[in-house]
Design a protein around this ligand. Structure first.
Ligand SMILES: Cc1cc2nc3c(=O)[nH]c(=O)nc-3n(C[C@H](O)[C@H](O)[C@H](O)COP(=O)(O)OP(=O)(O)OC[C@H]3O[C@@H](n4cnc5c(N)ncnc54)[C@H](O)[C@@H]3O)c2cc1C
Length: 402
């Protein structure tokens, strides 16, 4: 069955300068490394492979950057979907702190790529706020704050009395410089511009069959062309059916609306926001002061998206925005879109080589999907050069999932 992964009018790829287009693969080729999937995760992986001088080719069955990448809200954060206490089934407290620090390292990696390539994607480092207005939520936010503070992270706890935001916050944690934002489509465009002379890229080229094993794969494309490669790196996002029957995670659909421009930012710090409600919401501002608000997730169903459900969810997001900012007369919905989204049980993404099938994976799952694909690329490069870092076991595709 053909599943829909994206629906609506993604905001971030509505730009005048598009990612350039590439031909489909017409004849057999050989390369050491074949990256399959040219969304942001494939582009990040390809960037680091190009920087390491590895012989690599990239194929995508559609156009680059037009699947889930186009509808990511691009809140880049070190904090996870859940608080540390909710993850004790998976990690010791010191491991959670290690994971938070990996996230901070990954944010520095994004920043150093921007320093090298220039900032043509509206990148900015930001504070983040996670907040709760519920009774139990208040308690768990305080506990998480204590945990992070004791672990040496730069956090501030706020309540109704010290709330600097123009909306109600009964309890919240501000993580100083704990996040960043960019336009994910324009960031991918920058990566592709940089790598296109170093790595052959083919669009409208689908992997349909894989033969052989690690060290000697033969991939057949939709046009019957063969690619001989030593390693396959799967960067196909939420659709991994061409590689494995395993489900790495439970899928959802997440919804987003983008408001009209306001003449000033709705909150001065421009921090990235996330509440812990059920359903939860995440928010950021665009460079031209629009509110971008997402969440209201529902379970993913195979086939086409249910348009009626989507319309209800867009209306619910607008209603939530109105409740946060009652002084705004009316939130116009200028863009609305939704896409597949998922998180693993331990909130981490999937990266590295699987001993089961020999494939390398860099799958940016979870709220930190994009941030983690920077780490995923490092894990793969280290494994290819025979090194083992502490990151590997956290992100391994062979760990018990979901
Ligand atoms: C509404 C929403 C909000 C989000 N917000 C955030 C956020 O704030 N922060 C964050 O970090 N993440 C966020 N995400 C998640 C983020 O979108 C993903 O982590 C990221 O886009 C995944 O990128 P990708 O390159 O893996 O996937 P995609 O962009 O989907 O790319 C996968 C590519 O693989 C190609 N492909 C698939 N199968 C094949 C095949 N057989 N052969 C060739 N090519 C193939 C597809 O054509 C596609 O181009 C959000 C997601 C959604 C839906």
């Amino acid at each position: 069955m053909n599943d829909e992964y994206v629906k609506g009018e993604p905001y971030f790829c509505d730009v005048s300068e598009k990612i350039c287009s590439f031909p489909y693969l017409e004849h057999d080729i050989s390369c050491d490394n074949l990256i399959v999937g040219g969304g942001i995760d494939g582009a990040i992986t390809a960037y680091y492979f190009a920087e390491s001088g590895l012989d690599t080719a990239l194929i995508d069955k559609n156009r680059l950057g037009h699947m889930c990448t186009s509808c990511a809200t691009a809140l880049l954060e070190y904090q996870l979907d859940e608080h540390a206490a909710a993850l004790k089934k998976y990690f010791s407290p010191s491991e959670v702190l290690q994971v938070y620090r990996f996230g901070l390292d990954a944010l520095d990696m994004v920043e150093s790529v921007i320093k090298k390539l220039g900032n043509a994607c509206h990148f900015s480092r930001r504070d983040t706020l996670i907040f709760s207005n519920a009774l139990f939520g208040k308690w768990s936010v305080k506990k998480e704050y204590g945990f992070r503070k004791a672990g040496g992270l730069d956090v501030e706890c706020i309540d109704s009395g010290s709330n600097p935001f123009p909306f109600e916050v009964k309890s919240g944690i501000i993580a100083k410089n704990g996040g960043a934002e960019f336009n994910p489509y324009l960031f991918e465009k920058q990566l592709i511009e940089y790598i296109k002379s170093k790595i052959p890229i083919f669009e409208n080229t689908a992997l349909v069959k894989i033969e052989g094993g690690d060290g000697n794969f033969i991939v057949t494309t939709n046009y019957g062309v063969k690619i001989h490669c030593k390693h396959i790196i799967c960067c196909t996002g939420y659709d991994t059916r061409d590689f494995t029957a395993r489900e790495f995670c439970e899928k959802f659909i997440s919804f987003t609306i983008v408001s009209q421009c306001f003449d000033r930012p709705l909150w001065a710090s421009r921090a990235l926001l996330q509440d812990d409600g059920s359903p939860y919401h995440y928010m950021r501002l665009s460079p031209d002061n629009r509110l971008i608000i997402g969440g209201e997730d529902v379970a993913f169903k195979h086939g086409k998206f249910d348009v009626k459900v989507a319309d209800k969810k867009y209306a619910a997001l607008a209603e939530f925005a109105q409740s946060l900012f009652p002084s705004i007369e009316h939130f116009e919905i200028e863009k609305k879109f939704c896409g597949a989204f998922s998180a693993t049980g331990d909130n981490l993404s999937v990266a590295g080589q699987s001993r089961r099938d020999g494939f390398f994976y860099n799958l940016g799952y979870g709220a930190n999907g994009i941030v983690y694909s920077f780490l995923g690329a490092q894990i793969i490069l280290e494994q290819l050069s025979g090194k083992v870092s502490p990151l590997h076991r956290f992100f391994s595709p062979d760990r018990p999932l979901p």
